[in-house]
Design a protein around this ligand. Sequence first.
Ligand code: GLN
Length: 469
Amino acid sequence: MTFQEIQQKLSSKQISVEEIVKNYLTQIQNKKSLNAFIDVFENEAIENAISIDKKIQNGNAGKLAGMVIAVKNNIAIQNHLLTCGSKILENFKSLFDATAISRLKKEDALFIGATNLDEFAMGSSTETSYFGVTKNPIDETRVCGGSSGGSAVAVAANMSTVALGSETGGSVRQPSAFCGVYGLKPTYGRISRYGLVAYGSSLDQIGICGNSVYDIALTLETISGVDENDSTSANVIVDNYISNFNKNIKGLKVGIPKEYFTDGLNAEIKESIFSQIEILKSNGVEVVEISLPNSEYTIPTYLIIAMAEASSNLARFDGARYGYRANDVKTLLDMYIKSRSVGFGDEVKRRIMIGTYVLSSGYYDAYYRKAQKVRRLIYQDYVDVFRKVDFIITPTTPTTAFKIGEKNSDPVTMYLQDIFTVSANLAGICGISIPIGKDKLGLPIGMQILGKHFDEKTILNVANFIERK
Ligand code: GLN
C-alpha cells in the first residue's frame, strides 16, 4: 500500500495503525530470507501504533500518522543499534535521533526497523555488510543494489511504507532501480546530515525510497530544511511539493545527454527510456540533445574524493571511542591496529588505504587537488546545461540487477555501476530514479530524472506525471 491508500483506509476506519504495523511485521517475518533488516523494532512499533491510533481517535495525530518507515542503519535512532553494517559498530547504540528522524517522529511517523547496507555505505550491491547479503525480492539469486539495499527491499517487498537511505554516489537511486521502486537523492544541503554517519561528507545526503512519488514528496517536505546542528544544511525555502503536482509539464525542456546513451548501454534500458521520452514529447515537453563533456571523469573524480573523505571520517573508529576494541593488545598503537584490522571489512580497508594515499604528501596535488578541480568542471557542466533545460533524463544504471557474487572479485567493475549516478552527488544537484518497466527476465528498469539545485519540485512533478501515465 502507498501512504495515500493507507490514509484513505485510516480515515474510513477500514484499518488501524496497529493492523498496518502487524501486517508489515508479518511480511518481514515471512521474507526473512531477503535479509533486509539488521534490527526489527517489533514491540516498540506495536506500542507506538496503539498510541497513534489513540491520537487519531482524539483528532490530534500528526500528518504522517500511519506511515511506517524503515531506516538505513547508518542513520541514528535514539537507543537503537547504529551498526553501519560493520563489525566495528556491531553493538553500538545511538544516544540521539538524527534530525530527519526527530522531524518524522513529530508528525507521528513510526519506525519499524533498521535496514541492511553495504559496510559504511561503501558498495553498490549490499554484499559488503558484516550482517550478510540482502537479496533482490524479484529474484533472490540477484543483488538488490546498494548501498541502501535493505531500504529499497523493505519498500519493494511491502515491509514498510517508505524507507530512508543515504546517498554518496547513487546509493538510493541504484537499489531503487534494481528493486522497482522510486528513489530520491535530494540536493546537497536540503536535508540535515545530523545523525547520518559520515562517509564522504561533501557528497552525503539522506535519501528516500517509496512506492509512489507522493509518499516521497510528503516525506521530503517533512524532513527538509535548515538545521542548526548541520552547518551545511541550506537555508532555502522548502516547497510544497504535493500541491505542485498536476502542474502542466507542457513547455518544459528535457535534456538528453549524448554521453549517457552510448553503445555500451543495455538495449532494453535504452528502449524503455526512449519510449518514456516519446510520452513526454507527445505531452508538450521539448526534447533537447545536450552534452556533459566531463562525464568520462566522473567515476575517478568521485572515487578519489569519496575515498579521501572516507579515510578521514573513519579515523574516529579507533577502538577507543566507539564500538569494537580488540583485546589481547600490548600498546596503544597495537590496540588501534588490531581493533581496526578486525573491525573493518575488506572494502572499507581498501578505501581507507586509497583515501589515505591520495591525501598523502607528494600525492595530494596529483590526485586530491586535481579531483577537486575536475569536480568543479563537472558542476559547471550542469550549471551550463540547466540554463537551457528544466530537467535531464538518463538511465539510472547501465544494467538491471546482476547476480550475487558476479562483481565481487573485481572492484572496478563494481565501481562502474555508479557511472550514471555519481555526477549528481559531485555537482550537488537532485535526482530521482523511477521504475519504468521490466527487461526480458522480468527485472525492473529505472530511469533517472535530474534537476537543478533545490528544484526537487520540478523533478517530483515530472515523476508524478509519468507515474500517473
Ligand atoms: N556505490 C557507491 C560507492 O560505493 C555509492 C555509495 C553511496 O552512495 N553511499 O561509493
